[in-house]
Design a binder for this molecule. Structure first.
Ligand code: SF4
Ligand code: SF4
Length: 300
């Protein structure tokens, strides 16, 4: 089958499977992104996420991650919620309102893989935020958006509210063109960040980022002047490209999650947390960390 026809077929099927975008680029070393990654690592902006400083060769070169990789297929999934939490209760970043995106997107990716298998013989590896891959760089390279000053991928259609999943394949597919960055003179995200974690455009010090503090950081928060107890999306909400984007239907909020009060978090028993949120990204932090953050913020 011709490269172009297969490219179109894969994109058509991706949209049919409820991905919100699909772009393809050549699997090659990310020469342009390499200096930015090393700058970030040299400044220890990765905090205690030591895995970020490992597998650097694989991170910048997908052919080291999968021998024989020729193309990177990037899939975009919008997660902007139709309904937000009331601002009077502890805040959860909206990427965590619904079922864990790792589970949902893996299901979709396997269906897309099965479709490609039905068309041609190939090798593929599937990734949802689980491997040393610079997903945002690949999505930008594949024309799905641009890297904003917030360091997030900004899609013209979905703003900063997107998950990115990736398929590496040994298929040589027709590639897409990158998009011109469209932040212009806007600095909303940098100005909105309450901790200075976004210390300059395109420069994120994870040690000061509330998202890191409330999810990944071992031990209690040391910097969190916000109402967020899991994640943070102050910079996302400040982005004009996210203001009028469509809502997701794929990640509806888990029952009751949007209404949990500070007292209810404080009193919640571990088995209730598991029953209600075992399929939610909240499990990544765990109940005790959420309770510790509630205590740190003196919400009860
Ligand atoms: S997630 Fe919050 S703390 Fe982190 S950079 Fe964005 S606004 Fe700043
Ligand atoms: S808030 Fe402005 S500067 Fe930041 S990513 Fe969005 S458009 Fe770019």
């Amino acid at each position: 089958m011709e490269k172009r026809s297969l490219n179109l077929l894969i994109k058509q099927e991706a949209l049919r499977l409820q991905f919100d975008g699909c772009g393809i680029s050549k699997a090659e070393r990310l020469e342009q992104e390499e200096p930015h990654l090393f700058y970030w690592l040299n400044h220890h902006y990765y905090a205690e996420m030591d895995y970020m400083a490992k597998n650097l060769e694989k991170r910048v070169d997908p052919t080291k991650l999968m021998k024989g990789a020729k193309s990177v297929i990037c899939l975009l999934s919008n997660y902007k919620p139709a309904q937000w939490q009331s601002s009077h209760i502890p805040q959860i970043a909206s990427f965590a309102y619904g079922r864990d995106y790792h589970i949902v997107l893996k299901e979709q990716l396997y269906k897309l893989k099965a479709f490609i298998d039905s068309q041609v013989t190939s090798s593929m590896r599937l990734f949802v935020d689980t491997a040393p891959i610079l997903e945002r760089a690949w999505a930008a390279k594949a024309g799905l958006g641009w890297i904003g000053k917030s360091n997030l991928l900004i899609s013209p259609k979905f703003g900063p509210y997107t998950f990115i999943s990736v398929i590496l394949t040994n298929l040589e597919l027709e590639t897409d063109n990158p998009m011109e960055p469209q932040c212009g003179s806007c600095l909303n995200c940098v100005k909105a960040c309450p901790t200075g974690a976004l210390n300059a455009p395109f420069s994120l010090d994870a040690r000061r980022c509330i998202s890191y503090q409330t999810i990944e950081k071992k031990g209690p928060c040391t910097q969190n002047p916000s109402p967020y107890i899991f994640g943070c999306e102050i910079c996302l909400r400040a982005c004009p490209y996210g203001a009028n984007t469509p809502y997701t239907t794929l990640f509806p909020p888990l029952p009751g999650l949007l209404q949990v009060t500070a007292n209810e978090w404080k009193e919640m028993l571990p088995d209730i947390f598991s029953q209600r949120f075992s399929k939610s990204p909240l499990h990544r932090a765990g109940l005790q960390k959420i309770k510790n953050t509630i205590a740190y913020l003196r919400l009860v």
